[in-house]
Design a protein around this ligand. Structure first.
Ligand code: ADP
Length: 304
């Protein structure tokens, strides 16, 4: 089966700055991939390289078997792009925005009409088709951008921070759209995000930092492979408790939630942890690892 995209050893530089430093990544059709990383990690640049907007300095990128450098027009025909910045024409109607895109991508007039009707219905925008884009809410405008990216029937959609600036309802609507694309149309979805919660919704997560992939896997694999559960203690004097636990051999540290003790099987350690502390312990809870733990352990948080 031809991969939806296949990037091999991709390097992209802006002058002397290396934004993507030897990334290899591919995806089967019909999967959702999250590219997770802090600001400046190289996410947008990688998406630009995939979508033919920036040529790689070295390495190779294919979209459904079409090399983005040798055959950019064919590659572009198979990929739909939703940029971080708004690119709809606010003065034109919903219909007209879709129409220009369809014609730009070579759809005949008849096919453009059919396809525009389809995507409008799909995104619940049929009733708004004559409205100027300026009248749409932020959430609807974003969904229209996704609809527009699909007009030429691409098999791969890349989205750069698709839900930035949207309220929770609009975010959920965008997420439902992306899942339906995967489930009903076998479209591959690749999106960049720095929201850990959104990465968790993908089939595969790729963590990128300083232009290189530092970790990849399903959300569950990432959590299993790296993060260990912790016991959280609330005591009369947390800093002293940390010192006592450390001298008893526990991996204890002060956290915003109290004293956190990393241990593989927290349930069987509760008694010995509590015994190692001489002062009163108000509460002990077990916290299972989240993608946050993986992310912070891998990138140290912050910016790249
Ligand atoms: P992200 O999307 O993860 O925030 P980017 O791909 O935008 O990361 O940026 C990666 C690195 O490349 C950063 O150091 C950024 O400053 C730099 N960069 C991005 N775009 C340009 C550009 N057009 N010119 C010069 N440097 C750039």
């Amino acid at each position: 089966m031809t991969a939806a995209f296949d990037a091999r050893d991709v390097v992209v530089r802006y002058g002397r700055r290396t934004a993507v430093n030897g990334v290899s990544l591919c995806a089967r059709p019909g999967t959702i991939l999250a590219l997770l990383g802090p600001n400046g990690a190289g996410k947008s640049t990688l998406l630009r390289a995939l979508s033919t907007a920036v040529p790689p300095n070295s390495g190779q990128v294919e979209v459904f078997g079409h090399d983005v450098v040798r055959d950019p027009v064919a590659a572009r025909g198979r990929i739909g792009v939703v940029f971080q910045e708004r690119t709809l024409d606010p003065d034109l109607s919903v219909d007209r925005n879709l129409w220009f895109h369809a014609r730009l991508f070579g759809l005949s007039r008849t096919d453009a009409r059919v396809r525009i009707d389809e995507v409008l219905a799909r995104f619940g925008l049929t009733g708004r088709r004559r409205d100027p884009v300026a009248d749409l809410s932020g959430g609807l405008a974003r969904r229209l951008e996704i609809a527009r990216a699909l007009v030429h029937r691409p098999g791969l959609v890349v989205l750069d921070e698709p839900t930035t600036g949207l309220d929770p309802d609009a975010r959920r609507a965008v997420w439902a759209d992306l899942r339906r694309l995967r489930d009903e149309d076998q479209v591959t979805v690749l999106y960049a995000t720095h929201y850990l919660g959104e990465a968790e919704l993908a089939d595969h997560v790729v963590i990128i930092h300083s232009g290189v992939i530092v970790r990849r896997g399903t959300p569950a694999e990432l959590k299993d492979g790296l993060a260990t559960p912790t016991l959280l203690l609330s005591t009369v004097d947390d800093p002293v408790a940390v010192r006592q636990l450390a001298s008893a051999g526990f991996d204890a540290r002060l956290s915003p939630e109290g004293v956190s003790v990393r241990c593989a099987q927290p349930g069987s350690h509760i008694a010995s942890v509590v015994r190692a502390v001489t002062m009163a312990v108000h509460e002990v809870t077990v916290r299972e690892p989240s993608l946050d733990d993986v992310y912070f352990a891998t990138t140290g948080g912050g910016t790249a």
